[in-house]
Structures are given as structure tokens and as C-alpha cells.
Design a protein around this ligand. Sequence first.
Ligand code: ADP
Ligand code: MG
Ligand code: ZN
Length: 613
Amino acid sequence: MSLWYALGFLLLLGLVQMYYLGPVGRPLPYSEFKTLLRDGRVAEVVVGEQTIRGTLKDAATGSQGQSKQFTTHRIEDPKLVEELESRQVKYSGEMVNRWLPELLGWLLPLAFFVAIWGFFFRRMGGAEGGVMSFARSRAKVFADDEVKVRFADVAGVDEAREELKEIVEFLKHPKKYTNLGGKIPKGVLLVGPPGTGKTLLARAVAGEAHVPFFSLSGSEFVEMFVGVGAARIRDLFQQAEAKAPCIVFIDELDALGKARVQSPVGSHEEREQTLNQLLAEMDGFDSRKGVIIMGATNRPEVLDPALLRPGRFDRQVLVDKPDVKGREDILNIHIKGVKVSAAVDLKLIAARTAGFAGADLANLVNEAALLAARNDKTDVGPEDFEAAIERLVAGLEKKRVMSPKERETIAYHETGHAMVASLVEGQYPVHKISLVGRGFGVLGYTLHLPTEERYLSTRKQLMGELAVLLGGRTSEEIVFGEVTTGAQNDLLRATDIARAMVTEYGMSDALGAINYDGNKRARFLDVPIPQERGLYAEETAQTIDSEIRRFIAEAHAKARQLLVDHRTQLDTIAQRLLAVEVMDGEELRQILGVRPGDPANPPPGLTAEVAPG
Ligand code: ADP
Ligand code: MG
Ligand code: ZN
């Protein structure tokens, strides 16, 4: 501990000073000194600023064996020199060296503050971090064999698992890929609602590839001091590079990777420094060494766009809530090690737990086991699972577990989107329809577009998109004769598109090819800047509104016509969706009798997914 060394050194200094400068010899009162002087027993004196030191003549020592040396405090005595001369005493002056006491006067308070400072840092740095080591990474290093998780421990997220298998291959045989000049991906971002197994999957990748796994959580950085987070990131990457091939996993990436904001009070200084450091490290990193950076978040929409650029987290893997089959598989994993009675039907439990994530199911099994134990049973029976489901559903109410009526409404709503998307011209083929709520701010009808690119759209395509957005609501209207609040987001987006068509793209015949919106859409943010009306007359504003209404009405009529014409298929698909929860685009097109790319001529590689928002 350097602090103790410093204190020890100070103590030593003090002792040295006492030895050299401290009073030497027997202390005498001044009066006695004067008497001795008058008696002629003083041999020699050194007159200092505050003291007089001297030696007595041999004769004066007497029998007590007292020291010949003496010291006395000097007092105002102008006649002293005369007296010394008259007694023929050798005398000299002395310049006192004051640097040491003065230095000590500074050092002692300083040492005191250093001690307090060190104490606080030690407390903040946690158990293993002292004053000198608090900047070191707290990343936990798991050695090769320490990650015991395998893909077999994760279920219900087959698509994500398939994508990650490739990463495992890269980590196992990096040479195989780089020899041909291929680039190994640098960053993989796992995106999905809480409890779906993102952390588990990341660990499984390390486990399968038998590589070290470094993990940090974004939230750990939040409470740090300026510069410390950045230092930790630097340190983490240094460690990782030394251990390559390995995985660096940053959990809860949103906590540190929130979009940087221009704020007048620089209150996010630390997070931004940390984020900048992370971006710099990712850029400066050579992925051929075999370090793969994985991140996880359940709030992808707040992430700084810079994190998602090519060369950073450019691969995004969706870890979604499981469907019925997935839930059964997850239950199967978690009942290992639990004594479950033969009467328990996991299929039934899976069917009863729509909307549960993996973590909820793990919790369910545990809860059921606890209930059984409380009732002194020898195994966990169906009634325990039943009770546990009831208890959890009550607790999950806030997380919105669907009622049967709600499920049906949502099934028809999503089917409406998907059918219009498949039947209208110029839309991307539907890849998958899902009844399982994402619950993390993803819009009802989602297009998986490459993050950075935007394609030129024709008027026809935009009208088609409007029809697709309105398709959900229109389907509810046709089937139930009323609409729910679930379509709010669709309407918002549809209105946005229609407004842009009228005011920005000049697609309205009534208004002509004029941009009425100024240049207000911030180019790179992709977010319209808060409404502030452009420079145009009140009349024009009215025309704009009526044109927007006309576009929406036209799209609505189109969607309605398509759905009414295919009413039987609408029912078939919605009922099928209620049964399986997730349906792929192929099956949808079969029921509809459309071949992929039939009415549409979509750009290759782009697909749409339909799921409740
Ligand atoms: P996330 O990181 O997505 O919030 P976690 O990976 O932390 O979720 O999941 C917490 C726990 O829930 C896991 O340790 C595991 O026991 C269970 N779990 C979650 N998802 C799954 C899954 N897909 N398969 C098996 N178990 C899961
Ligand atoms: Mg997690
Ligand atoms: Zn919708």
C-alpha cells in the first residue's frame, strides 16, 4: 500500500529532524546559565535564533556525571556579548536551517487529505480495487472450461441460434475464413425483450466455441467517474486481445450506448467518453485475431446509431419471445433436475403461457416446485403448475398477458397487415407473422431494412405501404365491426407517410411538385423534427390536410377491398395463427395462392415481419 509507505517516510523525516535540530544537552533555565557564566564555568557557546547551546568547562561537571552540553532558551539580553567577551568564552552565531519544519508543515496536512481521498476511492472501487487499481477492468475472465452453457441449454430461439452457430465456427477456425480473405464479423448485437435468453445465448456461444468469455454490463459504467469507464474499456480490450480468440460481451449495451445528445449542461460526459472509447476500440480492432464483440439490449431504439454502423455491431440478431413449441422446449430444459409427476403435460402448460419469455418459464418451474414442496409432495403435479401459472400471470399482468378475446383481435389484426402486404403491389414479401408480442417498441408491421440504406420509393409503393399499415385496423373493422386502440401506431405511421407524400415528395396532383416542408427532416437522424409549419398560406394548409385524408381514404378502401375479397382466407389464416402463434411467409402465401414476387417485384433480400407492437 503506497499510502502506508508515504506515512512511514514522513515519520522517518520527523525523527531525523528531531535528532539534528532538537535540543542537545541538558536544558537549563536562562538564569542558571547566567550564573554559570558569571562563575566562569562556561567554555563555549553557540548562539542560535531561539536557543543558546554550549559546553561547560571540565571542572564544572561535578560528581553527578552530568553532561557537559547544555541548552537554554534565549531571551532578550543585549549585554550578553559583552559578558561573554569579558569571561573569554568562545562564542559563535548560528543560522538555523528551517526547510525541514516548513516542509513538514505542508506535508502533514497533504498526507492527511491523501489518506482521506484514498479511503473513499477504495470504498468506491469495491473489494479488489484500491487506489492504484480502480481503473482496471472488472471484467470477469472465464477460462476456457468455465463456460458450461451450450446451445442445448437454450431453446425456443432457433433463428438466433442458427445465426450464432456461424459465429461459433468463426471462433473455432478463424484461419479457415481469413485465409480466403474473408472478414470475420466484429460485433453481434442480440436484440430482444427481457428474459428471452440473450445473456444465456452469448455464454453458449463461448461455451460451444471453447473460448474465454469476458463480460461486462453497461450499467456498471453508469456510476463511474469521468475517464474511468473509458480506461476500463481500453483495459478490457487489451486483455481480450491477449486472450484471442475470445468473446467480449457487453450486456445492457443501452445503458452506456444511449444516443449522444447535444445538451447544454454536459451531464453525460462520462457515458459519452466511455461510448466514444468503445467505438474507437471497435474501429481499431482487427477482427482477424478472433475477438468477437457481442452486445445485448432490450431497447435497440435508444442506441446511438454510430454503434450500428458497419464495422461495429453490424450484425443484429433478434432473440424473440418463444412460440408454443419453443415454450415446450424451454420447459423441458428447466424441468431437468425437478421431480415432475407423469401426469404433467408440458404441451398443455406451453399452450397456457402465451407471452411468457424464457426467464418467466424458468421461474414458473421453480415456483411450481416450491409449491409442491410446501405441500409436502413427493413430486410436482399438474395442479402445482396450474397454481404457479395463476400466480405468475397475476404478477405479469403489467407485462400484458393476452386474454383470449385480445388474442383473437390481434390475430385478425396481424393477419390483415400480412394479407394486404402479400396482395398489394410493390411490397416486400412477408417473412413471418407472429402473435407473440415483442413488447419492446417495435412497430406492428416491421420491415427489416438495412439500417443505413433507404430505397427510392414510387408513389405506388408508398400507397401500398399505406394500405398495409391500415390493413390491421381494417381487418378488425370487417370481422368485429369495431376497432381497438391497437392500431394507434399504425395510424401514426400512415399519417406520417401520407404527409410526406404530400408535402415533401410532391406526389399530390392538387398541390403539385412543391416541397412545403422546408428542409426540416433531419437528414441523418431519420426522425422528423417537431412540427413547425412551413411557409405557406392557410388555404394551402387546408389543401394539404384534405390531400392527406384523401390518400389515407384511398389506401383504406384498397385494403378493405382486398380483405373482403379474400374473407375466407382471412379467417383461415387468423385461426391458424391462433393455433401456432408464429407462421412463416411461405405458408401464408400458400393459403393465399400467391407465389412470392407474384404481384410484387420486391428488391431481393428484404422481407417484412408482422407482429403485434
Ligand atoms: P436476457 O439476457 O435476455 O434478459 P437471460 O439470458 O438473462 O435473459 O435469461 C435469464 C434466465 O432465464 C436464463 O438464465 C435461463 O435460465 C432462462 N431462460 C431465458 N431464456 C431462455 C431460453 N430461450 N431457453 C432456456 N432458458 C432460458
Ligand atoms: Mg441479460
Ligand atoms: Zn398494426
